[in-house]
Write a protein that binds this ligand. Structure first.
Ligand SMILES: [Fe+2]
Ligand SMILES: [Fe+2]
Length: 359
């Protein structure tokens, strides 16, 4: 307030007008431009989502942009994206259809939900998709999808598009043909999925995992084996998909995780600086996010915003399995990642409300 002591009200007004006139904004007045609205947690029910995704096969036909036949999980308040850095969408590919080959700088993952007999080709490597498989299409890798089976395929696309757009680095290129030439079938799995062994030639030096197909049977084996050995207080039996060449996350901007919440388990609450999109792969339970209870069942999706308290519980007789994508690698690369346990009430948040669609 020393400025006000020296300048009269009129001089001060002129001073602020002069600053405004050349687009300068005094920090001491506050009034920073509103950042994007606070992201609130949200949940989508599979029972409501699936019929509309299947119906999209009648709305968008192969001659009309089949590669864009996706339904975004559109979080209230966000014009784009599902969180401020990540986007998730459901994609449908009907028997006999092909989503033409292309590449883009945003990185994508496919988390396969339903159907058999389709494949994604990534950089020439044909990857047959089964439910529970994770397929990566890292930044600027050619990819196309073909359904040569007899049933609709549905998968979850997860991309870092909001971040890449914000950074003004979004590029896209179509391949000259609908499908790229196939140079192998499951080659990345045969080379790199054995975990502790890798080829002695052809050092992988790309900035992402050389393995781009994580098959469900291996994932499930790893998860159930780990369940006999230990668990994490905040996520129960939780595993991160890793890049076999580094041991780190599979992608520079996103990490993918799979977690088993054993029957009767309620994890403790924590929060961290990363946004998270979950899919309930199996079972049922609930997640408490900033005091609000989100009940979920098989197939549902929900988001946990950055720095929101969250804890998970299983209400299944059998296992509850959650798949998630999280933007932790971005935050760690900028030394902005932090994590904090909830220490009151024995680590559990008081539940103050219950989520209903539209609430
Ligand atoms: Fe794509
Ligand atoms: Fe967490």
């Amino acid at each position: 307030m020393a400025v006000q002591d020296k300048l009269g009200a009129e001089d001060l007004k002129q001073y602020y007008n002069a600053a405004d006139g050349i687009r300068l904004s005094p920090g001491w007045l506050g009034g920073e431009e509103e950042a994007s609205p606070e992201l609130a947690p949200y949940l989508w029910r599979w029972s409501e989502v699936e019929p509309l995704v299947l119906k999209s096969g009648e709305v968008v036909t192969p001659d009309r942009d089949v590669e864009r036949r996706t339904m975004r999980l559109a979080t209230p308040g966000l014009k784009r994206g599902t969180t401020h850095t990540l986007i998730a969408a459901l994609q449908l590919l009907l028997p006999g259809e092909c989503a033409p080959a292309h590449r883009h700088t945003p990185t994508a993952i496919r988390w396969i939900l339903k159907g058999h007999g389709a494949y994604t080709t990534v950089q020439g490597d044909k990857c047959y998709m089964e439910p529970g498989d994770l397929i990566l299409t890292p930044s600027w890798t050619w990819h196309d999808h073909t359904n040569e089976g007899t049933e609709p395929m549905i998968w979850l696309d997860g991309l870092d598009v909001p971040l890449v757009r914000y950074l003004k680095a979004n590029f896209y290129e179509p391949f000259p043909e609908d499908q790229q030439p196939v140079t192998g079938v499951g080659d990345s799995v045969r080379k790199y999925a054995s975990g502790s062994l890798k080829p002695t030639w052809g050092e992988a030096d790309a900035p992402y995992s050389p393995l781009w197909h994580y098959k469900w049977d291996r994932t499930y084996d790893a998860l159930t084996n780990l369940a006999e050995l230990g668990s994490d207080p905040f996520d129960d039996v939780s595993m991160e998909y890793t890049d076999p060449s580094t041991g780190g996350p599979v992608l520079r901007t996103m990490t993918c995780r799979i977690q088993l919440i054993r029957p009767g388990i309620q994890t403790k609450a924590h929060r961290h600086t990363s946004s998270k999109i979950y899919q309930v792969f199996r079972g049922s339970g609930y997640t408490v996010i900033d005091g609000q209870r989100f009940d979920w069942t098989e197939g549902d999706f929900f988001i946990v915003p950055s720095w929101a308290w969250h804890e998970h519980a299983s209400t299944s007789d059998g296992e509850a399995i959650l798949f998630s994508i999280q933007d932790i690698p971005i935050m760690k690369s900028m030394a902005l990642y932090r994590e904090e346990p909830y220490t009151e009430h024995a680590g559990h948040q008081p539940v103050t409300s219950q989520f209903n669609t539209g609430s």
